[in-house]
Design a protein around this ligand. Structure first.
Ligand SMILES: C[S@@+](CC[C@H](N)C(=O)[O-])C[C@H]1O[C@@H](n2cnc3c(N)ncnc32)[C@H](O)[C@@H]1O
Length: 210
């Protein structure tokens, strides 16, 4: 079993053992004292942890999170990580993301397009420890490659690939093979796992920069 990052634990909510972090609730998740349940069905990173993927997360890392939406997952990340830059290009969810950031001084929402890293390069510090990527867009490998510039040499990319965002008509396995191939232009892939138990047609990837 991979160790959970410091600040993430397994906690019992109403008799059920679940992943949890400490922080203000964000999406109606069950709470118990300071703990809030982390729902892997609503979070690809949560699913990667549930599936015991070796994310390399220890807690306290500097994180660049791409595709933050309204903050479901990135709020958990900011509960245990260090400075957490959360990029999302749709204005509507960013309003909720700002609410999630109110009680989280280390969470920095950025209304930006992850395909244009030059537009936030002046804000995000260099050599971040981790990039978490969950963008529902075509060209997910390209987004990861374009944001590699922010990652420390010994950093980690934690990527959730959504097959249907690339091509709804193709077999997910074929899409994943292409994404892996393109990604290997800039990253060494350390581990992959289908997230099927929690998210249909998604692949979890752990990689490090080449
Ligand atoms: C599946 S949702 C993310 C869910 C979120 N990661 C979570 O677990 O809480 C995908 C998000 O990617 C965003 N997105 C898609 N293309 C993007 C881009 N080029 N730049 C920034 N965000 C993008 C969408 O607006 C959407 O909110």
């Amino acid at each position: 079993m991979s160790e959970l990052p410091t600040g993430v634990t397994r906690h019992t909510f109403d008799g059920t053992d679940r992943l949890a972090t400490r922080g203000e609730p964000v999406y109606g998740e069950p709470t118990d004292g300071a703990w809030r349940a982390w729902n892997p069905n609503r979070s690809k990173l949560g699913a990667m942890l549930e599936l015991d993927m070796d994310t390399g997360l220890a807690g306290g890392e500097t994180v660049l999170y791409l595709g933050a939406a309204s903050g479901t997952t990135v709020s958990h990340v900011a509960d245990f990580a260090g400075p957490t830059y959360a990029v999302e290009f749709a204005a509507r969810p960013v309003r909720d993301l700002l609410d999630a950031a109110e009680s989280r001084p280390r969470l920095f929402p950025l209304l930006k397009d992850a395909r244009k890293p030059e537009t936030y390069a002046h804000v995000v510090e260099s050599d971040v420890d981790v990039i978490v990527q969950d963008v529902a867009t075509r060209g997910q490998a390209r987004v990861a490659l374009e944001n590699r510039r922010f990652l420390a040499d010994d950093g980690r990319l934690l990527l959730a690939v959504k097959a249907r965002s690339e091509d709804v008509t193709r077999e997910p396995a074929a899409v994943f093979a292409d994404v892996r191939e393109e990604l290997s232009g800039g990253y060494e892939i350390l581990e992959t796992e289908r997230l099927e138990a929690y998210h249909a047609d998604h692949l979890g990837i752990v990689a490090r920069p080449r």
